[in-house]
Design a protein around this ligand. Sequence first.
Ligand code: B12
Length: 220
Amino acid sequence: MLEATQDYFEAIHDTDRTGALRAVDEALARGLRPEDVLFQVVLPAIERIRGPEGQACASSLAQQYMAAVIAAELTERMVPLFRSAPAVSCRVVMGNSRGDFHGLGRRIVVGCLRAMLMEVVDLGLNVAPEAFVDAAVSSGARVIGISSMMDHTARGEGGCRAVRRLLQERGLEGTIRLAVGGAPYRFDPEMYRAVGADVWAPDGLSAGQLIARLARGEAA
Ligand code: B12
């Protein structure tokens, strides 16, 4: 494990934003690449603070919240510093489902997609189903990603189900694919099928990998 990974995690554990930013700045000054800061230091700390899936979590909501806030901030700061060639591999529309104002997970996923050289149209919070489809059509996106953090915004009529229906009505199924994510899907990994999504992912890294496969037209 990198020294920065442990220093950063300890600062996150103490909800110490200043210490977390210092750990990152010191790592960059020592020559760690921004890509490695994001994927080896910042994002693993969220998973670690959240603990293993399905087990009682040792951290508090405040710790989880701060880990997500700082990760979203650092994701946005690191991605423009990436040294990889800026080729666009595909276009994705992202947003939170209608009625959902939990934006931190979405911001992290958007950062990861951009880090993987995808072009993201980020519609933000509380997005109507029609707006997802309209944005995908006007931008030529192959994938719509919907983030929902509450049961009713995941399962309800303001989210993926309604987007799926619109795609059917407009003859766009097969052209535009649907990815979902957020806490309810982590609790019930089969829920994505019930709401009509093609895939779901538990974190930003796997979201990027799955969405890239969907955009290339590969099986979910
Ligand atoms: C922070 C937080 C808030 C903040 C949100 C701040 C913000 N700007 O985002 C505030 C205080 C505003 C808030 C408000 C509310 N909240 Co709240 N909140 C949380 C909390 C503690 C953490 C959420 C979070 O940021 N997680 C960290 C991020 C990084 O994780 P993540 O979102 O899961 O994202 C990762 C993956 O899911 C995935 N992913 C996410 N999106 C997508 C999309 C795609 C396409 C893919 C592939 C992957 C993917 O990748 C992400 C990055 O790794 C959760 C509890 C929890 N432990 O989940 C409750 C929680 C979600 N909230 C809850 C509730 C009830 C509310 C309120 C109704 C409270 C109230 N009575 O007012 C309001 C509702 C506001 C609204 N209408 O949206 C409940 C939902 C219960 C339920 N079963 O439906 C939870 C579960 C808390 C609880 N246990 O009761 N909340």
